[in-house]
Design a protein around this ligand. Structure first.
Ligand code: ATP
Ligand code: MG
Length: 361
């Protein structure tokens, strides 16, 4: 039997997860769900953002569904820590990176579908482990870095201590696996084109390597059209003619920006879902965070999490159920009578979710 590890997490996480889980019964897949703790609240209680019981659960399960975890906890909460943590100097750090490492999650996949009656349906795939966010980010340069950039007029004027450098890491193996992910998904999902969004005219060496590997992997899928385009042009076109895309693939930072732009094109954070996939597992989560400003009030939009459950259904071999979920959310959004305040309605989290369940029934 398929088992899902469910990690409600912090803030609105538990609210949207509770509202979205009945979708699994409504489409009749009969999967088992098991709950685990994660995040800031968990750290405050237990001193770990991911306790070992949660790791065991994640490793046992077929996939993980997460609500949200706080990335930046409020400072004053320090006083509320368990006594044995106070004064130890231990600090909470969001476990997102630990999850990504341990599960080998190298690709972030965000479907951008129209829910309002326009006509677009594309996917942004962001590379998750290298690119400009690989972590090679320096201020106060040593000799090696200074030799690289010290002749730049700004560096000459500012000096080593006030010059900073971030390196964009691109590797053949990292590029090959993310491009393969993009083409395989395009082929499997019925998309006719894959676009590499990059900046090869400016980032010449790393852009050329990316382009070479993109073309090499594209050759494995002659049935899919392969395009490369400048990331800025892709951004404009995503807004002006979103129907022209299939799969868009980009390195970490460009993908980060384009995927949030995609969420905006769809109608906002309350509607955006994501999957993180990789070598050793998959993690599904709504794009939004823990939204502490609205937590506990029962007004969070559950649709992003419901669409995330839909995405999980497709990934785990239930594409028809996934399509039904998406259609039901689309109907609920377009009808507009039972939606949460962020979409202009007055419905509660529970009522908005119940409306989707009703439409599935
Ligand atoms: P975190 O530190 O967990 O990332 P955040 O303050 O960045 O939290 P986000 O959840 O990323 O908050 O979202 C930013 C804002 O968008 C929220 O403060 C909230 O007002 C709004 N928002 C996010 N998700 C939802 C939702 N599901 N329903 C309604 N509004 C939302
Ligand atoms: Mg956030």
């Amino acid at each position: 039997m398929t088992t899902i590890a469910v990690l409600p997490g912090d803030g609105i996480g538990p609210e949207v997860v509770e509202a979205a889980l009945p979708i699994l019964d409504a489409v009749g897949v009969g999967w088992a769900v098991e709950f685990g703790e994660i995040g800031w609240g968990c750290w405050r209680r237990e001193g770990e953002p991911i306790p070992s019981a949660t790791w065991d659960l994640i490793e046992r399960a077929d996939a993980t569904l997460m609500g949200a975890i706080t990335s930046k906890p409020p400072r004053e909460a320090e006083a509320e820590l368990p006594a044995d943590l106070q004064g130890t100097g231990r600090r909470y750090a969001s476990p997102v990176i630990a999850l990504r490492r341990r599960l080998g999650l190298y690709a972030n996949i965000r479907p951008i579908t129209d829910l309002y009656g326009a006509d677009f349906d594309f996917v942004v795939i962001r590379e998750n482990t290298e690119g400009l966010y690989a972590g090679y980010d320096y201020r106060g340069l040593d000799d090696d870095l200074w030799n690289l950039v010290g002749d730049h007029p700004g560096a000459v004027e500012s000096g080593r201590d006030d010059t900073a450098v971030a390196l964009r890491l691109q590797t053949r193996s990292g590029l090959d696996r993310i491009f393969r992910c993009a083409f395989d998904r395009a082929a499997a999902g019925g998309f006719t084109r894959v676009t590499l969004a990059d900046k090869p005219n400016v980032l010449r060496a790393s852009g050329e390597l990316a382009r070479e590997r993109f073309d090499a992997i594209a050759a494995e899928h002659p049935e899919v059209e392969a395009h490369t385009a400048n990331v800025d042009a892709v951004a404009m076109q995503m807004v002006r003619s979103p129907e022209s895309f299939g799969v868009i693939v980009a390195e970490n930072m460009f993908g980060d920006i384009l995927s949030d732009l995609g969420a905006g094109v769809m109608g906002g954070l309350g509607l955006a879902s994501s999957a993180n996939v990789g070598g050793r597992g998959s993690l599904f989560e709504p794009v939004h965070g823990s939204a502490p400003d609205i937590a506990g009030r029962g007004v969070a939009n559950p649709f992003a999490t419901i669409l995330t459950v839909g995405q999980m259904l497709a990934e785990l071999g239930a594409p028809d159920e996934s399509a039904r979920v998406r259609a039901a959310v689309r109907e609920a959004v377009q009808h507009g009578a039972v939606v949460t305040p962020d979409l202009g309605g007055t419905a509660s989290t529970a009522d908005a979710a119940a409306e989707v369940v009703r439409r599935l029934g």
